[in-house]
Design a protein around this ligand. Structure first.
Ligand code: ADP
Ligand code: MG
Length: 331
């Protein structure tokens, strides 16, 4: 059964249209990521799904039922925010129990659910601590635990890892993926980080300026982007774009070449001066000024002795390029 269906959802704040004709389905147990630049409407869309904002027009259906007029608490969802929003005077156990106590669940049931959630999130040793006695990562796990104990059909995460440092972000990302494998529930996860989107999602929804640009699996978006925006947003380092006539194509086209599909050589169809080298150990990003507005990035596997100032050629296979019209659409 389809867990969530959005049909022609629009949202305006006063005169400002923030969401424009959003159509979208989330299947049962699916992990869907909304990704896009800051300000594109991701949080607003999540809040419309949660019922924290009303859609200006269009319908929101959960489990096949229209919920536009259903209050948040009755939608069978749980939301996890970037700011953990824990009660500082309550212990971890108290924070997780609060919603269940308010819903008058029996104590034995509350204890059972907290035991299960704290096992999944490795929080057992911390159950009697207060939030101030926890690290940021642990606090976010408590916020996730508080969502789990409510047994929602649909989890909504709004940039839950943004306040964590890089190592914790990676750990917590893996935990969220594991959690999804253990719990049968649909998840919608908002991020501006394409790596999080690529690593977590069954299905990615790319948003830009309140509109859906493309919906697809991570590999569909990587291999087959519908337009230049998606091509540039998905993949890191970002795709290079070269005017078609620089490489024997039409003047009215732009050719996209991913850094990992380009190789350095003595000569090549493109050439220029190395302006910067990023030695990452496992691979090397070489930025080459080829006379366009942005340096061309070549991602070379392994370690390479290349210095800024050297003249290099760039090679690539025609089969590994994508062509776009000047309007940005794929040709
Ligand atoms: P994102 O989460 O993708 O960064 P948001 O959904 O928070 O973006 O915001 C999308 C746009 O809507 C922004 O331009 C923001 O300023 C505007 N916006 C969000 N909430 C409100 C509000 N309550 N009133 C007016 N404008 C808002
Ligand atoms: Mg946001």
């Amino acid at each position: 059964m389809t867990a969530l269906t959005l049909s022609n959802v629009c949202k305006s704040f006063g005169q400002v249209e923030v969401l424009k004709n959003i159509d979208l389905t989330v299947e049962e147990n699916e992990f869907v990521v909304f990704v896009g630049p800051s300000g594109c409407g991701k949080s607003t869309l999540l809040r419309v799904i949660a019922g924290l904002e009303d859609a200006t027009s269009g319908t929101v259906e959960i489990d096949g039922e229209r919920v536009n007029d259903t209050p948040p608490a009755k939608r069978g969802i749980a939301m996890v925010f970037q700011s953990y929003a824990l009660y500082p005077h309550l212990t971890v156990r108290g924070n997780m129990a609060l919603g269940l106590k308010q819903a008058r669940h029996p104590k034995s049931e509350i204890d059972r659910r907290i035991t299960e959630a704290s096992r999944m999130l490795s929080l057992k040793p911390y159950l009697e601590r207060r939030p101030a006695e926890l690290s940021g990562g642990q606090r976010q796990r408590v916020a996730i635990g508080r969502a789990i104990v409510r047994n929602p059909k649909l989890f909504l995460f709004d940039e839950p890892l943004s306040n964590l440092d890089a190592a914790l972000r990676l750990n917590t990302r893996v935990e969220i993926a594991n959690l999804h494998r253990q719990i049968s529930a649909s998840m919608i996860y908002v991020t501006h980080d394409q790596t999080e989107a690529m690593t977590l999602a069954d299905k990615i929804v790319v948003l830009r300026d309140g509109r859906v640009e493309q919906i697809g699996s991570p590999m569909e978006l990587y291999n087959n982007p519908a337009n230049r925006f998606v091509a540039e947003f998905i993949g890191s380092p970002a795709m290079n774009f070269v005017p078609g006539d620089m490489i024997g194509g039409s003047t009215n086209t732009v050719v996209g070449i991913r850094p990992e599909y380009a190789q350095l050589g003595a000569t090549g169809p493109l050439s220029g001066t190395v302006v910067h080298v990023e030695n990452l150990g496992a691979d090397t990003n070489v930025l080459v000024n080829i006379g366009t507005d942005k340096p061309f990035t070549v991602r070379a596997f392994g370690q390479h002795d290349v210095s800024p100032g050297s003249e290099v050629g760039i090679n690539f296979e025609a089969g590994n390029t994508l062509t776009f019209g000047t309007d940005g659409l794929r040709l």
